[in-house]
Each structure stands twice: as structure tokens, then as C-alpha cells.
Design a protein. Structure first.
Length: 351
């Protein structure tokens, strides 16, 4: 099969021929219909704390069709998506409780699909997944939507962690896929004011289609006063969805006394904060990591019911041949938001 392989931080992804995966007991092999490129993939291929090993096949946001089943509950031909978790399910034996409590994403022994040479991802024509992490796609959910459940689940998990409720005033910093998902689910949770701060004009304008009630260009105006003019006061909850050093401290300065800050963006470098500034306000600072399987099921139910439409974040679809260049372009996005890869064929670069 063809796959995109990481060969070093100074090189483009390489499109190579690799052996087909084989389904063992409790495993499925999927023909990949679509796979999304995530900001975590960009971090993982850049020099830093989280750089993956050479030979890794990336890709953890995907949907496809079962072509080989090692699990009796699954049949060839079924359309599925799957969580990228490969948790140990034995944390309680080691003094942890993550797996028992359904939090495989933060299991200390988890090896995420697409972040290790031993767990090849779905930027390939085929991918192997644990049957226990697979979820069937209902007829109303197409394969493109199935490949976008992962970033939507991140946004849903963040909104729930931030305790957004009826009448909440919310500030979202960043309008990439995660920021857009947070915006949509904050509105669904009952927030009446959801302002999005984003530097890229294209990304900023798309936020309105996900329910943003105000759009802020932080390069043109100060975020705090702009939010106050729109919402009549400071935000109850701030979501940091960028992952750039300095933003957590900016959120601390923007938050009101006893406000809540939810850090969703992945910062791959050291950062500096002034704890006293947060203590003086008795702020609640919450870091979130991914999702639980229940979050995926809730997102799937909302997609099936037509309650959420992620199509506006999808700006580019490419085949494997175009992927290396499109992948690098995401490091400095202009109009790009969500890039999907169709490994089975070369498609136009732009929709």
C-alpha cells in the first residue's frame, strides 16, 4: 500500500510502499476513505519535545471501510471511524485508574495511532485499529464527516470541562478546527455570547458559520476591550485553542475574578506564567487532553441528527501525491483550516 512516512524534520513526508496491515484477534483493517491532518501532526514533525520517530506513519483522524475483521462483531464492508487510543486497559494493576474510568487518552501506557512506528496511522491506504475503539457510521453521516469526529470531540470535551451553560459569555482564542468546534458546542451548551479572536482573516470569518456572535482581530484591536464592548463585560470562560507560548498568561490577564480558563491548544515549548496573577483572581485553570469514547458517540449522534455541520471548516482535500506540499503549507495557514487526505485517489487541492 501507499503511505505517507515521516523521514525527518528537515524533509517532506515521503510517499512510500509499505506492507499491508494484517488483522489479529480483536483488530480491524480499514480501507481509509479520508484522514484529517491535525495540528498535533505538525507538532510531531517539528523539532521539539514531541517529535515522532523516523518511520512513523501519521494520521489519527479518519474514517473508512472494514476490509478484514478479527472481531466477530464486525463485518467486512461496514463504514467506521475509530478512536486512536491503544490504551493498556490494565492501569488499575499499576496504581492508576485511567483505563478503568474510560479515559484511555490519558492512560500512561497509551500509544496513539499515528504517533509511533509501531502504531501506523491513517495517512495511508489502509490502517489497523483495535475493534474496541471502532464506531460505526450511521447512514446520515458521510465519510468526510466521519474523519472530522476527532477534532469535534476535542471541542465538545473542552466545552464540557469548561462548564459552559445557559447565558455564559465565552471567548475563544483561535479559529482552527478545535476553536471552531469549541465555538459550535459552546453555543449549543447555551452560551449567549461567543467571541472568537483570530489573526487569519479567512479562519476568522468562518467562525461566524459555527455560531460566533463576534469576531475579533487581535492584530487590529485589544481583545479584552473588544470582548467587553460585545458582551457587556469580561468572559466567564476563555478557551485557548492555539498553543503558542504567552497565551496562557494573556488569558490570565483577560479573565475576571473566579473566571475559568480552558487550555486546549498544544504548546510544544516551555512557557512562562505569573501564578500570583492567577491566584489574586482565584482563577480556575483547566488543561484538557483529547476526549473519551462517550464524547465521540455524542458527536456522532449530533451529526446524525443534523445538529452540527463541520463542512465549513473543510477547506482542502488532497490525494497522497499532493499531501507533502499541502502538509507543509499548514504550518503557515492563510485560508486553510481542515485538510483531509483521500489516500485512494488524487483529488483537487482545493474544494
Amino acid at each position: 500500500m501507499k503511505a505517507a512516512v515521516f523521514r525527518g524534520t528537515d524533509r517532506l513526508l515521503a510517499i512510500e510502499d509499505l506492507p499491508l496491515p494484517q488483522a489479529g484477534p480483536g483488530e480491524l483493517v480499514l480501507r481509509v476513505h479520508y484522514c484529517g491532518v491535525c495540528g498535533s501532526d505538525l507538532h510531531a514533525t517539528h523539532p521539539g519535545l514531541f517529535t515522532v520517530k523516523e518511520g512513523t506513519v501519521l494520521g489519527h483522524e479518519f474514517a473508512g471501510e472494514v476490509v478484514e475483521s478479527g472481531a466477530t462483531a464486525w463485518k467486512v464492508g461496514e463504514r467506521v471511524t475509530a478512536l486512536p487510543n491503544n490504551a493498556c486497559r490494565a492501569c488499575t494493576d499499576e496504581g492508576f485508574h485511567e483505563c478503568r474510568d474510560g479515559l484511555g487518552m490519558i492512560c500512561p501506557n497509551n500509544r496513539l495511532t499515528g504517533f509511533s512506528p509501531n502504531r501506523p496511522g491513517a495517512l495511508a491506504e489502509y490502517v489497523k485499529v483495535p475493534a474496541g475503539q471502532a464506531i460505526r457510521l450511521p447512514g446520515a453521516v458521510n465519510a468526510r464527516e466521519g474523519a472530522m469526529i476527532e477534532p469535534l470531540a476535542v471541542g465538545l470535551h473542552a466545552v464540557q470541562s469548561g462548564q459552559v451553560g445557559l447565558g455564559s459569555k465565552v471567548l475563544v482564542i483561535g479559529s482552527g478546527p478545535i476553536g471552531l468546534a469549541v465555538t459550535a458546542f459552546a453555543r449549543q451548551a447555551g452560551a449567549t455570547r461567543v467571541a472568537v479572536s483570530e489573526r487569519a482573516p479567512g479562519r476568522r470569518e468562518v467562525a461566524a458559520r459555527f455560531g460566533a456572535t463576534a469576531l475579533i482581530d487581535p492584530a487590529a484591536e485589544e481583545v479584552g476591550p473588544a470582548f467587553a464592548r460585545h458582551a457587556g463585560g469580561p468572559p466567564d470562560v476563555i478557551f485557548e485553542c492555539v498553543g503558542v507560548a504567552g497565551l496562557i498568561q494573556q488569558c490570565i490577564e483577560l479573565a475576571p475574578p473566579r473566571g475559568r480558563i480552558v487550555v486546549v491548544g498544544v504548546c510544544a515549548t516551555e512557557d512562562r506564567v505569573v501564578p500570583q496573577r492567577a491566584m489574586a483572581k482565584e482563577l480556575n485553570l483547566q488543561f484538557v487532553m483529547g476526549y473519551a469514547k462517550a464524547d465521540w458517540r455524542r458527536v456522532l449522534d449530533l451529526l446524525d441528527a443534523g445538529r452540527v455541520d463541520p463542512s465549513a471548516m473543510l477547506t482542502d482535500v488532497v490525494g497522497l501525491a499532493q499531501l507533502p506540499a499541502a502538509f507543509e503549507a499548514l504550518r503557515r495557514p492563510t485560508t486553510q483550516i481542515k485538510l483531509l487526505v483521500a489516500p485512494g485517489g488524487d483529488l483537487p487541492v482545493s474544494l
